[in-house]
Ligand binder design. Sequence first.
Ligand SMILES: Cc1cc2nc3c(=O)[nH]c(=O)nc-3n(C[C@H](O)[C@H](O)[C@H](O)COP(=O)(O)O)c2cc1C
Length: 195
Amino acid sequence: MSSPTTAAGRHFLFLVTSARRKGNSEHLARHAAAVLPDGCKQTWLNLADLPLPAFDDLRHASTEAWTPAIEGPARTLLSATLEATDLVMITPVYWYSLPAAAKLYLDHWSAWLRAPGWDFKTRMAGKTLWGISVYSDTDPRLAGPLRDSLQFTAEYMKMRWGGLLLGQGNRPGDVLGDHASIVAAGQFFLGPPAV
Ligand SMILES: Cc1cc2nc3c(=O)[nH]c(=O)nc-3n(C[C@H](O)[C@H](O)[C@H](O)COP(=O)(O)O)c2cc1C
């Protein structure tokens, strides 16, 4: 399999899910993205700009109930997700797991899986899911639930799991002082997907 660095035509969607702007996770993600070659398209979206409605679980309701058109931010996110070959979830550790905005986005996948005409599951299969995260702790085991959530999601969707890039920092910009994670960012997209 060719690596992302040689694969012109790949399209990375960077999805920022932090509850603050220009946070550590986005800083780390921009370092990782900086090494992508020109042939790789980058799209950056911030969930704060695309507020999703509360997720309504209509999976077992009548068909009419769950077939309304997907509109507004949900449509923008659904289209952007499907257009990407690589989905990069930029997710600081919140309570050992994903920020609420990231979780809500994934909850909406449950609706998108059933949305007529989108063929979501088939089209997601084979894409690569990556995670980029920062936490204030120092024990990487404490980011385990976040890592597992993303990796298991990739497996369920028959996506490749690219791996989690984890940095350390609390106040905005702290991660720039975490030399190890900044160095790791420069290599993150260069290797084969994690197993
Ligand atoms: C709601 C909330 C929950 C958090 N939970 C954790 C946690 O469980 N473990 C941890 O190490 N840091 C936790 N933090 C700290 C953040 O992970 C840390 O400040 C990180 O740098 C934030 O990333 P950002 O700057 O990209 O938003 C939490 C922060 C917030 C706001």
